[in-house]
Design a protein around this ligand. Sequence first.
Ligand SMILES: [Zn+2]
Length: 129
Amino acid sequence: MKTLEPRFVDTIPRELEDGVLYFAMEYGTVLHKCCCGCGSEVNTPLSPKDWNMKYDGQKVSLSPSIGNWDYPCKSHYWIKENKVVWDRTWSQIEIDENRRLDNRIKTKNSYPNKQKNKNLLRKILDWLA
Ligand SMILES: [Zn+2]
């Protein structure tokens, strides 16, 4: 079974090494090279709406699973305690449906922020007038 080595970095390296999970905490994201070996760089942002990680000082897990639907390999796997656990490839219908749900959740959650920006813009406009 393929394992990944967690590595905490301050800056995102230009070239990612195979088999390394880069934790760029300053950027709030995790990067790695696709575990199928295709060489694609996979970016999994950490946020309540994206991925969350569990790190016990040695072993790291990411959830939910990583689906590389935007890459030709379309690989799908979980990272559980540094190990790559393969999952089945989704059909195009499943991918589209998941993307639709995902977008809906994100749009809903980002709404208060948009409202805040609008209010700020109104204030600036009032001030200018
Ligand atoms: Zn791949």
